[in-house]
Design a protein around this ligand. Structure first.
Ligand code: AMP
Length: 397
């Protein structure tokens, strides 16, 4: 399979699927340029080769309607600033207008197409629509990890029309490499830290990851289902009674596979789900009625730190406590600090999936871990062991 660097884009038009689904404020200004910056290296490589770039993306959920609030024209100025080239814009992503704009595009120029999801065919993965898109470039480059778990026209189906002229962009290639490091090629001991609210939303990840890791830290709201399943008293803590059997099964499987499971031994219990609640430190299996565990306790954090500092490859998904409330953020911050230290000592650390990325950003760990994934759902599905359609489409002959 060819990589981006194997292609010379001189006088070629690259059709690039980027993820420019960025947040806009009420004046339609971009409030977070991360995703645009993340796509920049791929675009620059193509321009420096002497090629031109045709960018396609979705923005929000217009559901097949031309919703002017969700027009990608709002982001043109920001994209021009970030890329350093005054980009052109065409107000459709297929058809005569788009084809004409592409035909007029010269080497070194960048064209942004209008929101793909103005056409319902995009999310349906419609073949005829994908074929129309395929007319807009000589080489297809997928650099949108955030949508790689969707079999949409622009993320997967379009690749079929570029049998010998398709590749991953740098960002997508980096995401794939980071996941592979955790799932297959990482130096041992490999540690997964799984937190978050519920066992039910993480169960497929846990099952898949048991074959890959040496240690598993369980934190956050998931803790209490495991503790109650083993006969502990969890008071009013979040707990999924219907998942207790599953929790026992996971512990059994972990034992059989030689995975060390680390569960909190003490917690910060609160008498209300509130930042100003009364709190006390209690053993995880002796939480009184009327109290709920909202963060990991000091002994637990000491244990977690030891495990983290001993790991060579670390995956972190899900907060350790209710980090949105200052009173219960300490567990998440302290695990972040330990990962920072382990990374400085040479470990590879990957943070990915939903709320853990928000937590990492909130507490400034973004540049202290080896890699922060840009794709929430795509990352979770990768950890569940699923093959992502956007990735499979590039790998297919
Ligand atoms: P998830 O999306 O599954 O990663 O869950 C993230 C959410 O879990 C965050 O909003 C946390 O506030 C929440 N969470 C973490 N620990 C607890 C806990 N002990 N009790 C209730 N919610 C928690």
């Amino acid at each position: 399979m060819k990589k981006l660097d194997d292609y010379n884009f001189e006088n070629k038009k690259a059709l690039i699927r980027v993820d420019f689904n960025v947040p806009l404020n009420e004046n339609f200004e971009v409030t977070d340029i991360n995703r645009i910056e993340a796509a920049k290296p791929t675009i620059i490589k193509i321009l420096e080769d002497g090629g031109s770039a045709v960018l396609m993306s979705h923005l929000g959920r217009p559901k097949g309607e031309r919703n002017p609030d969700l027009s990608l024209k709002h982001i043109c100025a920001t994209v021009s600033d970030v890329i350093g080239v005054a980009i052109k814009f065409v107000d459709d992503c297929v058809g005569e207008k788009a084809e004409k704009a592409v035909a007029e595009l010269k080497s070194g120029e960048v064209l942004l197409l209008e929101n793909l999801r103005y056409h319902a065919e995009e999310e349906k993965g419609d073949k005829a629509f994908a074929e129309q898109l395929s007319k807009l470039g000589d080489i297809y480059v997928n650099d949108a990890f955030g949508t790689a778990h969707r079999a949409h026209a622009s993320t997967a189906i379009v690749a079929k029309y570029f049998t010998d002229a398709k590749c991953f962009g740098y960002l997508l290639a980096k995401e794939i490499k980071a996941i592979e490091k955790v799932m297959r090629t990482g130096e041992k001991p490999v540690l997964a830290i799984l937190g978050g609210a519920k066992v039910s939303s993480k169960i497929t990840i846990i099952e898949n990851i048991l074959d890959k890791v040496d240690d598993l830290i369980i934190g956050g709201g998931m803790t209490y289902t495991f503790v109650k399943a083993q006969g502990g008293q969890v008071g009013d803590s979040i707990c999924e009674d219907d998942k207790m059997e599953l929790a026992m099964e996971i512990l059994k499987q972990a034992k059989e596979k030689g995975v060390n499971v680390h569960i909190p031994v003490d917690v910060i219990a609160a008498d209300d789900f509130s930042n100003t609640a009364n709190t006390k430190i209690v053993d995880v299996d002796k939480i009184p009625d009327g109290w709920q565990g909202l963060d990991a306790g000091p002994r637990t954090l000491e244990n977690f730190k030891k495990v983290i500092l001993g790991a060579k490859t670390i995956l972190w998904n899900g907060p350790i406590g209710v980090f949105e409330m200052e009173s219960f953020a300490n567990g998440t911050i302290s695990v972040g600090n330990a990962i920072d230290q382990a990374t400085q000592n040479g470990a590879f650390s990957l943070v990915g999936g939903g709320d853990s990325v928000a937590a990492v950003k909130q507490f400034g760990f973004e540049n202290k871990v080896s890699y922060v994934s840009t794709g929430g759902g795509a990352m979770l599905e990768s950890l569940e062991g699923k093959t992502l359609p956007g990735i499979a489409a590039i790998l297919a002959l």
